[in-house]
Write a protein that binds this ligand. Sequence first.
Ligand code: FMN
Length: 205
Amino acid sequence: MKLLAISGSLRRDSHNTKLLRAAEELVPAVMEFELWDRLKEIPPYDEEDDVDPAPGAVAAFRAAIAAADAILIATPEYNSSIPGQLKNAIDWASRPLATSVLRNKPIAVIGASTGAFGAVWSQAELRKVLGATGARVIDADVALGHAHTKFGEEGELLDEAARDQLAEVVVTLLAETPAQKVADPNLLGEQAREARSVARNVVAA
Ligand SMILES: Cc1cc2nc3c(=O)[nH]c(=O)nc-3n(C[C@H](O)[C@H](O)[C@H](O)COP(=O)(O)O)c2cc1C
């Protein structure tokens, strides 16, 4: 089983990328975690360029989404909305609309911002956009406000409540994956316990 994580920020020191790294620690061993770090390579969407073969980074992005059982996106908020580079990548991934790699894909949206509200408007708009693409948007969230105060020197998430919410997002997303739907429900119980116990241990450490 594979979880693809996408940060909407291009910054090396991004709080959203750190939030995804914190999620990685909570992902049960049964799930492979891949962080997509090529957002900057995706060109501006142009319908004239949306031909076969697609531009290299676009083809790689679509392939990564197709290979994932579930997706976790952490988005910053730019002027109360989705950063352009993230929206642009989703526009590429959404075509052709009827058969796109996003269709029916379980996706959870989380976000971090240095403002008080943790990118809630951006997250809401991203969920709307993903819904329009036919993705299966999961009802779970983390809104990490004042993000510049929430990580330690090693990038560890210091906010205990946020870590618990992150564990719930991971568990909820896992439960929605097609692979999990046919698996033993007891296994999900074990994975959920594993994610929650990792969350508690990291905070206690
Ligand atoms: C162009 C721009 C617009 C921004 N607009 C908002 C905003 O509307 N709300 C907010 O909470 N933060 C806003 N911020 C601050 C971001 O939350 C902050 O830069 C955050 O760290 C970006 O995420 P990152 O650390 O993952 O790169 C804005 C930042 C930039 C550069």
